[in-house]
Design a protein. Structure first.
Length: 195
C-alpha cells in the first residue's frame, strides 16, 4: 500500500529536480530595470502614509506635478486624470506632490487633500503626502528635478516630464494644461523612446 505512494513521491521529486534548472534560468534572464539615481527616493503615500519607493517606477515615463487644493489650476486634476486614463497602459505614471509653497493654497492635512483628490476629482494616479518643492525645505527629489532642468516650480501644477531612462527631464510651467498639444506631444515622444 505504501509502495505506490513511494513511487509517486520519487517521480514527483524527479520532476521537480528536472524543472528546477529551467525555473532558475528563467529567473536569471529576467533582470529588473535598474533604479536611476533620480528615483532613489521614498515618500509616504497620501491616503495611508505607507512609504513608497520611487524606484518602482523605473523604466516608466513620469509626469511629476506639484499640486494644491485651492488654486486656480486645481481643475487640472481633471486633465491629469484624463492623461492617466489615456496613457497609463503605455507606461505613463503621473506622480502628484501636494505642496503649500505658493499662496498657502494647500493648507489642509492629508485627509482633506486625499478627500479632494480621490472623491472630488476621482484621481487614480499616485499621490504623495504634502511636501516642499521650492526653497530651503525642498525635498531631495525636487532638488534633482531642478538641477536637471534649471527650472523650478513658480506656482502650483508645475510639471516635470521624466523619460524612461530616468535622466532626461523636461519642464512645463503651471499654465501648460495637461491636454495641451505641447505636453501631449512630449509624452507621446517619451513613450515611444526606449530607455
Amino acid at each position: 500500500m505504501n509502495r505506490p505512494r513511494t513511487l509517486f513521491a520519487i517521480a514527483l521529486s524527479g520532476l521537480i529536480t528536472a524543472l528546477l534548472p529551467l525555473t532558475t534560468a528563467a529567473q536569471t534572464t529576467k533582470t529588473p530595470t535598474a533604479c536611476p539615481a533620480l528615483l532613489s527616493h521614498r515618500f509616504a503615500r497620501l491616503q495611508d502614509e505607507a512609504p513608497q519607493n520611487l524606484c518602482q517606477y523605473a523604466g516608466k515615463v513620469l509626469l511629476v506635478v506639484n499640486t494644491a487644493s485651492y488654486c486656480g489650476f486645481t481643475r487640472q486634476y481633471e486633465g491629469l486624470e484624463a492623461l492617466h486614463a489615456k496613457y497609463a497602459q503605455r507606461g505613463l505614471v503621473i506622480l502628484g506632490f501636494p505642496a503649500n509653497d505658493f499662496g498657502s493654497q494647500e493648507p489642509g492635512n492629508a485627509q482633506a487633500i486625499a478627500d479632494l483628490c480621490f472623491n472630488t476629482y476621482g484621481v487614480k494616479f499616485p499621490m504623495f503626502s504634502k511636501t516642499a518643492v521650492v526653497g530651503p525645505q525642498r525635498n531631495a527629489f525636487y532638488t534633482q528635478l531642478f538641477q536637471a532642468t534649471k527650472a523650478g516650480p513658480q506656482w502650483n501644477f508645475h510639471k516635470y516630464l521624466v523619460a524612461r531612462d530616468g535622466k532626461t527631464v523636461s519642464s512645463f510651467p503651471s499654465a501648460v494644461e495637461p491636454g495641451s498639444a505641447a505636453l501631449t506631444a512630449a509624452i507621446e515622444a517619451a513613450l515611444k523612446a526606449t530607455p
